[in-house]
Design a protein around this ligand. Structure first.
Ligand code: NAG
Ligand code: NAG
Ligand code: NAG
Length: 223
């Protein structure tokens, strides 16, 4: 069973996509007779995370091309990403030394932390001076995929018998800037968020590919 990869053409479609994907994960855990293999679960989350990263990179690129201002280099301090406090391994070796459950927990934490800002990113797009339909669709798709990914990750984490404490993920505090009437402030907030989104989705995709390799292929794979 493949998850559909087509870009939803409207929010309604997004919801449909989300619901059907959630059912797939549900199916994975609720039917003892048709239990989805761990390999399939990993394949699906990697498919989700890969597409999410590609879409996030698109959003960043489109924003960069249309709205980036040179003056930001000199006038503004780049924001630290709101997920920066979630510890993740920095090097290949450190990744290798991190337990699967711990890496999964960090990935769930990051994915969780994007739920709120993604909602606001979607609502901010129509208020940009040159609102783009494509960017709105893409951002809506990322928002939907982020939730689907979260469900899949929780299913995998549950299989490792790990107790995941639903402590709060780090809170994003850029909302007032993103809603600012000052265009420069608003654009910069948008830009910072899109940059962090691209970075985090890339990180998640990379870690999940490492984990799939480790768990499914006994670390014997090239990627
Ligand atoms: C998520 O990360 C934050 C920030 O580091 C931390 O305080 C929180 O305990 C983490 N949550 C989980 C469930 O690991
Ligand atoms: C990763 O860890 C395994 C043992 O857990 C070890 O055999 C392997 O050499 C390590 N690889 C790297 C790149 O550190
Ligand atoms: C976690 O796994 C147990 C079986 O090990 C299952 O009964 C339970 O429904 C699962 N929970 C979730 C949230 O997937």
């Amino acid at each position: 069973m493949q998850l559909t990869m087509t870009l939803p053409s409207s929010t309604g479609m997004c919801v449909l996509l989300l619901v059907s994907s959630l059912l797939l994960w549900e199916h994975a855990v609720s039917k003892p007779t048709g239990i989805v293999s761990t390999k399939d679960l990993y394949d699906r989350v990697v498919e989700q995370s890969h597409t999410t990263y590609v879409l996030a990179a698109d959003i960043y690129h489109e924003f960069d091309v249309n709205f980036f201002k040179r003056s930001w280099f000199t006038d503004r301090m780049p924001r630290i990403c709101h997920t920066a406090s979630i510890h993740t391994p920095e090097s290949r070796q450190e990744v290798n030394e991190t337990k699967t459950e711990d890496l999964l927990k960090a990935i769930v934490n990051i994915t969780n932390a994007w739920e709120e800002p993604l909602k606001h990113l979607v609502s901010a797009i129509p208020s940009l001076s040159k609102p783009s339909d494509d960017m709105l669709k893409t951002t809506n798709a990322v928002k939907a995929k982020n939730l689907v990914l979260l469900e899949g990750l929780k299913t995998i984490l549950n299989r490792t018998q790990t107790v995941y404490e639903e402590t709060d993920s780090p809170v994003w505090s850029g909302l007032s800037d993103l809603k600012s009437a000052d265009e420069d402030t608003q654009f910069f907030a948008f830009y910072s968020l899109a940059r962090c989104l691209k970075r985090d989705t890339h990180k998640i995709d990379t870690f999940l590919k490492v984990l799939r390799c480790r768990v499914v292929f006994n670390s014997e794979c090239l990627f």
